[in-house]
Write a protein that binds this ligand. Sequence first.
Ligand code: 5GP
Length: 200
Amino acid sequence: MNFLEEKILSDATIKPGNILKIDNFLNHQIDISIMRQMAYEMKRRFTGVEVNKVLTIEASGIALATMLGDLYDVPVVFAKKSQTANSTDDKYVAQAYSFTHKKMNNVFVSKPYLLATDRVLIVDDFLADGQAVHALIDIVHQAGGEVAGIGIAVEKGQQKGGRLLREEGYHLESIAIIEEMDWQTQTIRFREQPSHQDVT
Ligand code: 5GP
């Protein structure tokens, strides 16, 4: 079991509706030590991949993205969410249905912050149905940039996002992948992943 899986087992609460609550280290209070370990682990998994920008979506992806931006020494951009569709002249805009808030969001990045020369590492806290990540991919492509990889803290493997992104050929790395979780018994089973030594 890796450090994040252990932390989830000790600190997470499972809510009805397939929601994992990890407010005490990621979604409300931020545990810098865990964040730092996640950033190092993610960078290690993308060894050899050229990255010149990190892109996430507000709000909970920002902490991890910032730590990765520090390790790569590259700018970090966070897409903003808004329910209104105002002018798209100066922005790249995509739509994403929010799994946790059950509403459609416009997601946007101002044009100067994404360029056709960018090789972008997309980062987020959770991957569920893949709506948020697909919106970010769409925005990178609108700018003419390339998606270098997708780094996720917690993938919920029972939902379709991870399968779709792997089928689409993206290099997706999730530090913890939940295979099953049950809110009534508060039990979680993780997908086996190669240990540190096995990953090249
Ligand atoms: P997706 O767009 O992949 O369907 O859902 C991912 C987004 O929804 C993430 O940005 C995350 O903020 C939120 N999310 C999805 N599932 C969970 C969950 O179980 N717990 C928390 N805290 N956020 C989640």
